[in-house]
Write a protein that binds this ligand. Sequence first.
Ligand code: MRU
Length: 329
Amino acid sequence: MDNIRYDEREKKLYVVDQTLLPNEEKEILLDTAEEMYDAIKLLKVRGAPAIGICAGYCLYVLSLQIKAENGDAFCEELKKKADYLNSSRPTAVNLSWALKRMVAVAEKNSALSGEALRARLLEEARAIHNEDIEMCRSISELGLSLVKDGYGILTHCNAGPLATSRYGTALGPILLGTERGMKFKVFADETRPLLQGARLTSYELFKAGVDVTLICDNMANTVMRNGWVQAVFVGCDRIAANGDTANKIGTCGVAVLAKHYGIPFYVLGPTSTIDMNSKTGADIKIEERDPDEIKTMFYAKPMAPLGVKCFNPAFDVTDNNLITAIVTE
Ligand code: MRU
């Protein structure tokens, strides 16, 4: 099942609701701007490249709902919708990158007829999607060249097919190597607070027949100390011009551990995740999320007193000196 699917016949956009996984594989329809905003904000669709792909199709679907045929009025309305979607999550640069790309295409072609203009927008959304497929493939090949058969690999959060298009970034080399008969022993951090590692990474790798072992985030030290990890692969949400990298909260701690044990720490992500406007990691806005994600979400009963104070940043920044290499397409 494709995680993001534009149905040409129905002219409708569907995404797999990632908050229901691994228990339910279900597509949801994204038709209104509010549904699209919520899907991104509530992590129904998540992972930096997937958010970008989804945003491209969202803007195309919304363009079909704009009354103005074409011209400035059309572009202004489209830009408003892009700004609204862009306000759903602040850290992954792929969201604004894809939206800007779509708006630029509209502005360049605003003199075309309404139908031709919208056709150009669909073409661009598809281009963003297809480029991601190519990008993942290329990152997977390059990442694979950094590891050997039998390696233990630790990963944090989810940077697999669900977070991208196909293969993924951090999981790409593992999936590609597995297809070629290589055997890896993968340790997936559960990745508190939303458990993308447990719910999504272990699900994707397990389904693909990879030897995956789920660990709690605070066990990464133990598996590294035991000598079970030869490389760390993680994805990224925004890479600053100096190489500082924002990724799911907890990534920096893994990088510090990897440095301590002399284990190479690789960041894998498309060039669209590099933001030259952020000079260093200090310029990256870190999203803070609802405390309920720590206290109640996914638990049968609250895991903490409901009134207790919580701090819930979704990302952290790993300093460039902790990163062995950044693998792009
Ligand atoms: O909050 P999320 O689940 O969107 O965060 C995702 C991550 O941090 C991923 O590692 C990153 O987006 C790369 S996905 C290829």
